[in-house]
Design a protein around this ligand. Sequence first.
Ligand SMILES: [Zn+2]
Length: 390
Amino acid sequence: MPTTYTPREMLAKLVSFDTVSSKSNLALVDFVQDYLEGHGAVCHRIYDETGEKAGLMAHVGPMEAGGVVLSGHTDVVPVEGQDWTSDPFEVVEKDGRLYGRGTCDMKGFDALALCAVPLAIARGIRRPLQIALSYDEELGLAGAPPLVRAMRDRLPHAESVIVGEPTRMGVVTTHKGGTGFRTEIHGYEVHSSKCHEGVSAVMTAAELIVWLNARMQENRARHEAAPTPQSEGFDPGWTTLHVGRIRGGTANNITAKDCWFSTDIRVMPGESPDAWAARYQAECARLEAELKKIRPEARINPILLTKNPPFVREEGGAAEALARRLTGDNALRAVSFGTEAGIFQSGGYSSVVCGPGDIEQAHKPDEFIEISQFEAGWTFMEKLVDGLCE
Ligand SMILES: [Zn+2]
């Protein structure tokens, strides 16, 4: 007999695996794969290059195109340095809430998706239900592209993808994409009284940061003059270019030999992260050529860390129509956080973001999901399963 769990039991089980992004998720994947195969699902794993982490895809129902993908991630953000009042890897119920790391982001949805499988089989599934569980979502969505590619290669194409990030079960049809850099600058040290003979890595960083900020102000001005239709629901409705960290230099009176800073560019739907990355790299190259005239050793090295596509509102999208039918939510919603929806969409899948819980509670100490949200998520799954069994 295959093992079955109530959604609450499944959540407790998933939370008990410490799958902080820096660690292996294989113990969780073993458990989930055993469970799904016990219910007759066809499963495939996609390992990362270390072999310590894997994405998991599963298929139940007829081996044909159509049906739904339920998409979640297995990793969670760290708990170190956070003040938790209970064990983060144990689900604790209190005041109508379920506390634990990942209850909201997003093992709550994962648990509901996994419990939907035996339900669909028991009710007589007639259209495919697929599960996609990624790793490294919290590390710049790194695990989703190989998972989506493998799903396209190895499973029949699903009609709709539901990415269950916490939206309080609201139907989110668009979000920004993004790209991130760590820019390393190597200058040339001289006494600061002879600045013109050296290259200050710190002052070069400042030039690049001013350039980034100028582009952001241009974007803002363009938006305020003439907002695009894609910007509806976004706050702010323009591409932002932000520098969050910087380090460099050794003394007040030495032109800095080294400096690095990190850049986070959040790209509006309708614009391209590739184009923004290329534009920034071109500016780095232009400035580097200037510096080399002073000292040939000078270098600017913009290291690309992440690049993820925006999630664009679909005209008459199947996933949106499905999620609206199941939730009754007809509002136009955009969110400011990135999800795997943009990656599924780029892979040719109609996608939507809709899941239980509030992003407010994600990533914090004492993360929780309201029981009412968890139950609303289960009602959604029951309706979705009914649709697949019609
Ligand atoms: Zn998440």
